[in-house]
Design a protein around this ligand. Structure first.
Ligand code: RI2
Length: 321
C-alpha cells in the first residue's frame, strides 16, 4: 500500500516498471523523471520541507522497482540536483523544468549516440542483436538514414522475448531480419559483422551489465572474431562502481520462465530467473555513447568526468525529517 502522498501516476509508473510494462533502461529513466514531474505538479505541500519529503517518497517508490538499470537512480538524482528554491512554488517550478530538461537531454543523447554508432556500420553489414535496446536501434536508424543497407539477425531473448520488439522495429526501418532462438546464436555468428547490444549498467572497469545471455554471446563472438559493440548513452554509466560497489543483478519471478502447469510438473526443483549478466571488458570492443565511442578500459575516466563524486541518493534521507 502506497503512502497517501504518493501520486497515483507515481504508483502506476512504479508498478509498470516492476512488471516490465515500461522497460528498457532509457525508457525507465524517462518514465521515472515524468512521474516526479507529475508528483511535483500535483503536490499540495504547504512547506518546502513537505514538498521535498513528498518527492523523496515518490523517488524511493520508483527507485525500488528494478535494481540493475542504473539509469533509474541516475534519472532521479538528476531531477533532485535541479530542484532548488525556498518556496513550494519555486521548488515545483525547478523540479518540473528539471524533469523536462532531463528527458530532452535523454532524447538528444540517443540521437547523438546513434550517429556515432552508425559510423561503425558499413553498407551491407549484418548485425546480430540480443534483447531490445533503443540505444542500439538508434545506431541502425541513423545508419539507414545515411543510406546504408543493413540486415539483421535477432535473438529471441528468452524469457521475456524482447527480440520480438527488436525484430518488429528493424522491419519497420526496412531492415531485413532473420529471427532465431537464443541457442542458434553461435551458428549465426559466422554470418555477422557486428554484435550490437545495449546496456543497463556499465561499471567503472568497463564491464557491461546487460540482458542475460549477453556475456555468452560476447565470448563466442570474440572466439569468432566478431566485434561486440555496446550502445549506451552515459546515463547507463554507474558512478557507484567507482568506489568498488558491484551491480546488483535482478532476479525475477520463475513464472516468466515456466507456465504454471509446466512448473508443477517439474516438482521439487529450483527455478532461477536472473534478468542480467556481466560481460567482462575484455570481450567488448567499443562502448558507443553520445560523447563518442570508447574502449571499455577508458570508461572510468568518463564516469569521473561526468559524475564526479555525485553518487548520493537524496531519496534515502528519512521522509520524517
Ligand atoms: P535501452 C533492457 O533491459 C535490455 O537489457 C537492454 O539492453 C537495456 O534494457 C537498455 O535498453 P529490460 O528492461 O535503454 O528489457 O537501450 O530488462 O532502450
Amino acid at each position: 500500500m502506497d503512502p497517501p502522498d504518493v501520486h497515483e501516476t507515481v504508483a502506476e509508473t512504479a508498478t509498470d516498471i516492476g512488471e516490465m510494462e515500461i522497460r528498457g533502461a532509457a525508457t525507465i529513466a524517462a518514465a521515472a523523471a515524468r512521474a516526479l514531474e507529475t508528483q511535483a505538479k500535483a503536490s499540495h505541500a504547504e512547506s518546502p520541507a513537505e514538498f521535498r519529503r513528498e518527492l523523496r517518497i515518490a523517488a524511493r517508490r520508483l527507485h525500488d522497482t528494478r535494481p540493475t538499470a542504473v539509469s533509474l537512480p541516475n534519472a532521479l538524482r538528476s531531477v533532485f540536483r535541479r530542484m532548488s528554491g525556498d518556496t513550494v512554488d519555486e521548488l515545483r517550478r525547478t523540479t518540473v523544468a528539471g524533469a523536462r530538461q532531463f528527458r530532452e537531454d535523454l532524447d538528444n543523447a540517443q540521437r547523438d549516440l546513434g550517429e556515432v554508432g552508425a559510423n561503425r556500420l558499413r553498407d551491407g553489414d549484418v548485425v546480430l542483436f540480443h534483447c531490445h535496446s533503443t540505444d542500439a536501434l538508434a545506431c541502425v536508424e541513423a545508419a539507414v538514414e545515411m543510406g546504408k543497407d543493413l540486415s539483421a539477425i535477432v535473438k529471441e531473448t528468452r524469457p521475456r522475448n524482447q527480440g520480438r520488439i527488436t525484430a518488429r522495429a528493424l522491419a519497420d526501418l526496412g531492415v531485413p531480419v532473420t529471427f532465431i532462438v537464443d541457442n542458434a546464436a553461435h551458428r549465426y555468428l559466422d554470418e555477422a559483422d557486428h554484435v550490437l547490444v545495449g546496456a543497463d549498467s556499465i561499471a567503472a572497469d568497463g564491464s557491461v551489465v546487460n540482458k542475460i545471455g549477453t556475456s555468452g554471446l560476447a565470448v563466442n563472438a570474440r572466439e569468432r572474431g566478431v566485434p561486440v559493440v555496446t550502445a549506451a548513452q552515459t546515463i547507463k554509466l554507474n558512478p557507484e562502481t567507482l568506489t568498488g560497489a558491484t551491480v546488483e543483478i535482478e532476479m525475477r519471478d520463475e513464472s516468466e520462465v515456466l507456465p504454471a502447469d509446466a512448473r508443477e510438473e517439474l516438482g521439487a526443483v529450483t527455478v532461477e530467473n536472473p534478468a542480467f549478466d556481466v560481460t567482462p571488458p575484455r570481450y567488448v570492443d567499443a562502448i558507443v555513447t553520445e560523447h563518442g565511442q570508447f574502449p571499455p578500459e577508458s570508461i572510468v575516466t568518463l564516469i569521473r568526468e561526468l559524475f564526479g563524486e555525485s553518487t548520493g541518493k537524496p531519496w534515502e534521507t528519512p521522509p520524517e525529517d
